[in-house]
Design a protein around this ligand. Sequence first.
Ligand code: ZN
Length: 355
Amino acid sequence: MQDVLLQLQKEALDVFLKVQTPEELEAARVEYLGRKGRLAEAMKDLAALDVDARRDAGKIANDVKRTVEASFAATEARIVESAAEDRQAQEWLDVSLPGVVPAVGHLHLTTQAIDEISDIFAHIGFVRSRHPEVDWDYYAFESLNMPKEHPARDEWETFFAEDEGEIALGEKGKIVLTPHTSNGQVREMEKGVLPIRMINIGKCYRRQASARHLPMFHQFEGLMVDTNVSVTELKGVFDYFVKRYFGANRETRLRPYHFRFTEPSFELDISCAVCDGTGKVDGVKCKLCKGGWLELGGAGMVHPNVLKAGGLDPDVYTGFAFGWGVERTMMMRSGINIDDIRTLYKNDLRFLSQF
Ligand SMILES: [Zn+2]
């Protein structure tokens, strides 16, 4: 009997020693210390012994039970401690590690360009203003010295607003999506605050869609009206903008042109950065420009009829105006070389995230 008990003790201690998880511990407890466990079964056999032998064996049985219970308690403590250590290892937090940076977008490159252009003109006193992008024919054409049915209007592939099948008529003619920002000229004069130094940046719409033309694009329109404004001021403002936006080494020139709402009128050119204004790269004709010059946009002295439409006396006031495409200006500087200008508005993040 004693041998059986001591053998059972040895076996139980071996098992507890190998236990690694709470589940194994519980299984071992049931096996040896449970109500119907091996130790309880062995104790039942004591009843069959005679009194003296039962007393001796009973004493040993109690010793064995205490030893096994002590081993169980020690194993339980060991398991609890190692579980806590595991958890600590898993949950350990290094506060010095860099955090997870949330994805943050940025302004569209056209918006960035508009902000930068506004900022440059603000330095020389041009105040940003906004005028309607859906406007009367009067402001888009008629007040700009383009009477009804004038062929010059054909150059602006205009969208007309329709109202139940009829082209909508307002107080001042048909209603159009503004084909240029020049509709802001007479509107600005009508405010009656002089002198005027306005920079009007807005969306324009034309019936055109190709690799080089967008049905919606942005223009910025400059207008300066005061007494004694001459072409000299126009050239000065143009020079200032070009050197600030494109770089100090860029040259400018005014080339005679014809617009209905300015007289005289000019196309404004800037020197090409690729060939440095020479028109040639390593003796070969420059692929980007025409003879060293790139066309930026149109400008001119405000036509007397336009001043009159704005309620100003052309004998007292003179002014100049210019209008350039934002997308075109921006692409000329950044050297963004895209085959299709429509890429700007396809909202493809692979393209947009580069800027
Ligand atoms: Zn060139």
